[in-house]
Design a protein around this ligand. Structure first.
Ligand code: KIV
Length: 301
């Protein structure tokens, strides 16, 4: 019986797929060569991080390759944010994105991440009407979107909603401070929780954590207010423009990696300039095509 080996020229060789995930390798890696699998990140690991004074990182992700790359880079939490509205779908704000639009992005991210905890935003209008509406939408994100948890925006008014979702088995991350879905009600992008208003945020976070939220995210909150909120709740906190005292930090990945152009918020740190890299690549490709340099013989059959 013929056996296959890498030197057997009669066997079809495995070529890189031109797109997609590629062929499944026919030879399973041995115990020695198999990459060591880190355990999946669960909500209790984030709690453990807070208890032990460790920090974790969250990035938004909206599609396969970003999810894969961030997951492999060890980012603990991937957020399928409603910021997809203005970072994927071309809207000006996060308000127009729909449940169905976000669900398909969420599926792609959840299928691509092997280790990270995948949290999805419930879009504007999909949870505010009643706890029942929130449970129904949350169930869709876990069932159809394959998310591991969901995030909702709003303060203590939503404690009852969080309680209903948690009872239904949906892990909930609460988002307080500046909540982009309420941009028009809040009068634009404004820092929340300054001075006496810090008390309101502490009350919000406490009520939401007591209702069962596994984590409280704060956006555009003064660092001292965020530190006070973090000290007031046992659950981990995540900050974006909320100083350095929270358990975790989050950024929109296109901001972090420099894909988006234009003015950046003060809280953004850019770790790369992939807009320039991509633009240079596209220009070089266009020039090569126009001059007849591409495709060369090595790219032709
Ligand atoms: O949708 C999003 O990107 C967010 C972050 C700003 C936290 O909610």
């Amino acid at each position: 019986m013929a056996t296959s080996s890498s030197s057997d020229s009669s066997m079809p060789t495995e070529v890189p797929a031109p797109y997609g995930n590629g062929p499944v390798p026919s030879v399973a890696p041995s115990a020695e060569t198999a990459p060591k699998r880190l355990p999946k990140v669960r909500t209790h690991h984030l709690q453990q991080a807070k208890n032990e004074g460790r920090r974790f990182a969250m990035l938004t992700a909206y599609e396969q390759y970003a999810a894969e790359i961030f997951d492999e880079a060890g980012i603990e939490v991937l957020l399928v944010g409603d910021s997809a509205s203005n970072n994927v779908f071309g809207n000006e704000t996060s308000l127009p994105v729909t449940v169905d639009e976000l669900l398909s992005l969420c599926r792609a991210v959840a299928r691509s991440a092997k280790r990270a905890l995948v949290v999805a935003d419930l879009p504007f209008g999909s949870y505010e009407v009643s706890p029942q509406q929130a449970v129904a939408t949350g169930v869709r994100f876990l069932k159809e979107g394959l998310a591991h948890g969901v995030k909702i925006e709003g303060g203590k008014f939503y404690a009852e909603t969080v309680r209903a979702m948690v009872q239904a088995g949906i892990p909930v991350m609460a988002h307080i401070g500046f909540t982009p879905q309420s941009e028009h009600a809040l009068g634009g992008y404004r820092v929340q929780g300054r001075g006496d208003d810090a008390k309101r945020l502490i009350e919000d976070a406490t009520a939401l954590a007591e209702a069962g939220a596994f984590c409280v995210l704060m956006e555009m909150v003064p660092a001292d207010t965020a530190a006070a909120v973090d000290a007031a709740v046992d659950v981990p906190t995540i900050g974006i423009g909320a100083g350095n005292a929270t358990t975790g930090q989050v950024l929109v990945w296109q901001d972090m990696a420099g894909l988006r152009g234009g003015r950046m918020a003060k809280f953004v740190k850019q770790y790369a300039d992939i807009r320039t890299t991509l633009s240079d690549a596209a220009r070089a490709y266009g020039d090569d095509v126009r001059s007849g340099q591409f495709p060369g013989p090595e790219h032709s059959f």
